[in-house]
Design a protein around this ligand. Structure first.
Ligand code: AMP
Ligand code: ZN
Length: 113
């Protein structure tokens, strides 16, 4: 997608610190980490948000979700973690390419702000 920053990261037009990559998904470190471990897991396919997930994306998102535990293990998050999606204006989504924040290595409070 034209000027999507995460599509550019997928295409390696913008550098990122890659944690995991395969043909369908990419995981890289967040530029402004909010926890000692803070990575983003994205589908390589441009999907703008959770609100834009189509029927045909079910297998892709199921695949991504099933990879979370492997990425968490790779990052040493054996004591737990939080997986977050911000959707739309009220969800404070700032990048319009679907992404899941994986945060860990500190005690995370609840509820979020
Ligand atoms: P959200 O507010 O849920 O849309 O999250 C967007 C996240 O992308 C924020 O945590 C940003 O710090 C992060 N981010 C923005 N640009 C980059 C980039 N070039 N590389 C890595 N993370 C980024
Ligand atoms: Zn994109």
């Amino acid at each position: 997608m034209g000027d999507c920053i995460f599509c550019k990261i997928v295409d390696k037009e913008i550098p990122s610190n890659v944690v995991y990559e395969d043909d369908r998904i990419l995981c890289f470190h967040d530029l402004e980490p909010k926890a000692p471990v803070h990575v983003l897991i994205i589908p390589k396919k441009h999907i703008a948000s959770m609100d834009d997930v189509a029927e045909e994306d079910q297998a892709l998102l199921g695949y991504l979700m099933a990879k979370v535990k492997d990425i968490a293990a790779q990052l040493g998050l054996e004591n737990g973690y939080r997986l977050v999606n911000n959707c739309g204006e009220d969800g404070f989504q700032t990048v319009q390419h679907l992404h899941f924040h994986l945060l860990g290595k500190r005690k995370l409070t609840w509820p979020p702000g």
